[in-house]
Design a protein. Sequence first.
Length: 283
Amino acid sequence: HFMNVLQTRLQAGQGYGNTLNCVLTVYRNESVAGFFKGMSFPLASIAVYSSVVFGVFSNTQRLLSQLRHGDASHAPALADVALASMVAGFVSVGIGTPVDLVKIRLQMQTQPYITANNKLKPTVPGFPMYRGPIHCFRTVLQKEGIAGIYRGMGAMLLRDVPGYCLYFIPYTFFCGWITPDGCISPNPSSVWLAGGVAGLISWGTATPMDVVKSRLQADGVYLNKYKGILDCILQSYQNEGLKVFFRGITINAVRGFPMSSAMFLGYELSLKAMKRDQTETKP
């Protein structure tokens, strides 16, 4: 979560510069608690979110193998992996957009904001707009409706649909490449390495649209600055140049490797356990 806060502040915040300056500024202004803002809501939903995404990917892949080869356990073709990844991306956006919106609003509500005359106006310490995740969700829903809860959904679709293709396809490729010939399933070290590389590739390439998504979702805490995705891209480019779309890429890459390694390892071990249980319960 420490990395997540830094990523959000760098991408959607004002005047942080580099990662080290961001760390020092957050600590100086908000102490250690600043690195854990908006933590409870993502923690409560991450298990459900990950289970659904990996479950949708796995079951879509099995369905496609069943339709194509008449055998759900048949090794999937590259096109099947790509299609299953896209389906997982669409589903992830439906679940993940409200979660990310609440997380980013909670993380950004202590930041200075730009007034009509383009000057930074600091927030009043001790008077946050949102008291917690539930209050944030309810407030956004009351003031902005369903459209407010799903603010940034278009950018998240543009991030996650290709992003999951660059997540599951490299994983499948590297896992098959690393796994020794004759092995039915990849060993844990192969899964760990392939998952980490896949996470590195996916999060690295998704960073530009991740910046846009973070800015759109942070927008609206005090005022609405962006009219949509294109307006956000144009304003960000005009004000800060091309480099703005690569803010947080180091954090995304560093975070992406261990996080993806752990998720894929858990996924593969779960599949193995379920297959073993099915074998043992068969008469």
